[in-house]
Unconditional design. Structure first.
Lengths: 252, 223
């Protein structure tokens, strides 16, 4: 069987597929969350570090890091769909970009929020003007700007394209966040966000962190598809298939 | 090509100089905002020296942003912009000419008045020199990036507030390195080089990409 990808690009045919996928993604989210949280709470060391250890509260990392990763990744996804929409002029791509934005903004907010609580317990401050914190805040503003611009323009076509262009311009922020560190060598200085590699993290912590990231990813799929379905319905409200879907008895 | 650039540039400058108050409003906005801070935070010499660079840059950011609304608005309203979109000349070149004119009218006056403002904040002569250089490199970046936002929000209700939401986050790198250059110049003048180098790099990147992006944004907004 060959799959016709272009058929999926039509809102009418993607609507039922998304509907069938949503429960699957929710189940995956729940399973991964259970595994990730169990592993994070019970299979990892009680404290980290030597002379001045991080105690139980370091477990916030299992929310903080995955949501920070997702915040950046979803921005890239959003820009990807926006760019596809601008290039190929496909309606569904713009709707997809639109559906991604709120989830991305929520993850960005979550990363900042959990970071504030972590910072309070370990460094005694909710906020510090660390480069990565600041650039993550800017990413949050970029998401807000995207949504604000989109909702300010009444003409959907113009709104889609203008917001897409803005998102593409804002893409410069993602590498800045990714590489913003104020301490290049952790043996020489200490900072909130040091350079680190996945290889340096304890195996159990890394496992829990990656499972949580997957869980967040599946959650993003589920929420984005749910939002996408309502966007499709709103925008295609005048089309025949939506009318038939909403009032099955009208069918003649 | 150069003739078109020159033609649009002189046209915009002539138009602006016929209504000089618009240019002066931006300049006085900058001066007033900068002058308000000492009244708010106290007039101690040391406090002002620390605050000075940041305040000047934030005021420059706001002044340049407020002036952005006028960049395309008048041409959009009287239909000139549509004619520009229809010409055979590359739109990004026309946009670049408009941005240059905009910078000459709003950015350059800020650079020139900077010494006066610096004296209000008791900045040293070297710091003032570095401030002028940083503003000279940084304010064109503000105009270039801002043009994208101005093009995107063309003709929208509440465009001004929206514009600030879209553009100010993108202004942050310029603010950080612009103010940073002045701050380190107090410690060691040779330390300012990487800051100014980065501002120059921002300028070059913005010079290449911003006119193209603004042109694309104009086509989206006017179609």
């Amino acid at each position: 069987m060959t799959l016709n990808w272009f058929k999926l690009a039509s809102p009418a045919s993607f609507y039922p597929i998304a509907g069938r996928l949503i429960p699957a993604f929710w189940i995956l989210t729940a399973l991964l969350l259970v595994v990730g949280l169990y592993w994070g709470f019970f299979q990892t060391p009680d404290q980290l570090g030597g002379s001045n250890p991080q105690r139980e509260y370091y477990r916030i990392i299992f929310i903080h890091v995955p949501s920070a990763w997702m915040s950046m990744w979803l921005y890239v996804v959003m820009v990807g769909w926006a760019a596809i929409g601008l290039v190929f002029n496909t309606r569904l791509s713009f709707m997809m970009a639109n559906a991604v934005a709120p989830t991305g903004a929520i993850f960005t907010f979550l990363a900042l929020w959990t970071g504030a609580f972590w910072g309070r317990t370990s460094w005694g401050t909710y906020w510090d003007w660390d480069p990565r914190l600041t650039s993550e805040l800017v990413l949050f503003f970029m998401y807000i700007g995207y949504m604000a611009l989109h909702s300010a323009i009444d003409d959907t076509r113009r709104a889609d394209r203008a917001a897409a262009l803005l998102a593409i311009v804002g893409l410069v922020m993602v590498p800045v966040i990714f590489w913003s560190i104020n301490c290049p060598d952790p043996t020489q200085c200490a900072a909130l966000h040091q350079r680190s590699g996945l290889g340096r993290v304890d195996g159990n912590i890394l496992f829990a962190m990656l499972i949580m990231t997957l869980a967040f990813w599946m959650h993003s799929f589920a929420t984005i598809f749910m939002r996408l379905r309502s966007i499709i319905l709103t925008r295609e409200a005048d089309s025949q298939w939506v009318r038939e879907l909403l009032n099955p008895e009208d069918r003649t | 090509m150069l003739r078109v650039f020159w033609c649009v540039l002189t046209r915009d400058l002539t138009l602006a100089l016929r209504r000089r108050t618009d240019v002066l409003t931006t300049l006085f906005f900058f001066v007033i905002v900068v002058s308000l801070f000492p009244l708010g935070v106290g007039t101690e010499r040391q406090v002002l020296q620390i605050l000075g660079p940041g305040v000047v840059w934030v005021a420059a950011l706001l002044a340049s942003m407020l002036a952005l609304e006028r960049l395309f608005a008048a041409d959009y309203e009287d239909g000139t912009l549509e004619q520009m979109l229809l010409t055979a000349q590359p739109l990004s070149l026309l946009v670049l000419a408009k941005i240059t004119a905009h910078w000459l009218l709003t950015g350059l006056p800020l650079v020139l008045i900077a010494p006066l403002v610096g004296m209000q904040y008791h900045l040293s002569d070297t710091a003032i020199g570095v401030m002028m250089l940083a503003l000279l490199l940084g304010t064109p970046v503000l105009s270039l990036i801002g043009a994208i936002g101005a093009a995107l929000t063309l003709g929208l209700r509440g465009g001004g507030i929206l514009l600030s939401l879209l553009i100010l986050p993108l202004y942050i790198p310029v603010l950080v390195y612009g103010a940073g250059a002045i701050e380190v110049s107090v410690i060691d003048l040779s330390d300012t080089q990487p800051y100014l180098g980065l501002l120059g790099a921002f300028l070059l990147v913005a010079l290449i990409f911003a006119p193209v992006a603004s042109a694309a944004a104009l086509r989206i907004s006017v179609e």
